[in-house]
Design a protein around this ligand. Structure first.
Ligand SMILES: [Zn+2]
Length: 234
């Protein structure tokens, strides 16, 4: 429930999601207020998930007769190898709003095992990325990078900094991906990676990402089988 999770949760609530689960072990700190707009000075010291849930319930529960009552569920824990499967299995779609590569791979591997879709995102400085993974159908994180980077190999978000508006753009895009899936559609970024560069005139690019042969997710085998079965192939 940081720079990505806050805008994503607000957009989901506005967009008509019926049940939203928030996962974060941390309290609200003064340094969060610049980019995590749901929190105010009265939230300082409260658990982020509780402060955010209170605001979302206040602002969006039953705000329109067209939408059913919004359910917000809170988990004041860090996602880890023990709880990941249980948390992810409770929901139809997972939004990666973490700032830790190991957590991103844990989400990837757990969603693959459970065959649940998720959207990956990363933000660093003035740049951001997002990609949706439909397990076994489109490229996963391990199709892109076989292993998480070693600690210290990449600049952590804390060192490079996160610019609030960049995270907000990417978090809103993540929510749009979730809402497309929840509405029965195919997310726009399934098998594609979007990159946004806030320093290069706000350039946004979307590139197709092929599944990697040999990746355990099986998306490459599925693509081969589909090609073999395609009309005209002999
Ligand atoms: Zn893969």
């Amino acid at each position: 429930m940081g720079g990505l999770g806050v805008p994503a949760a607000c957009a989901l609530a506005r967009g008509g999601a019926r049940r939203i689960g928030l996962v974060d072990p941390d309290p609200v700190e003064l340094s969060n207020l610049a980019r995590q707009v749901i929190y105010g000075t009265t939230s300082l010291g409260r658990l982020k998930v509780e402060a955010a849930a209170a605001r979302l319930r206040e602002d969006y529960s039953d705000y329109s007769k067209d939408y059913p009552q919004l359910g917000i569920e809170t988990y004041p824990v860090a996602l880890d190898a023990i709880n990941a499967a249980d948390l992810i299995a409770r929901y139809d779609f997972t939004i990666d709003a973490t700032d830790d590569p190991a957590a991103k791979f844990l989400i990837n591997d757990t969603c693959l095992a459970l065959r649940r879709p998720f959207v990956y995102a990363g933000v660093l400085g003035m740049t951001g990325q997002a990609m949706t993974v439909l397990p076994g159908r489109t490229a996963c994180l391990r199709c892109l990078f076989e292993e998480p980077p070693a600690p210290g190999e990449i600049a952590s978000c804390r060192e490079a900094g996160i610019i609030g508006p960049i995270a907000a753009v990417i978090g809103e895009i993540e929510a749009a991906e979730a809402l497309r899936w929840l509405g029965g559609g195919v997310p726009e970024l399934a098998g594609k990676i979007l990159s946004y560069d806030g320093a290069a005139s706000g350039r946004m690019r979307v590139l197709e990402v092929g599944a990697r042969a040999g990746c355990a997710c099986g998306a490459a085998r599925r693509a081969e089988n589909a090609a073999a079965l395609a009309p005209g192939h002999n």
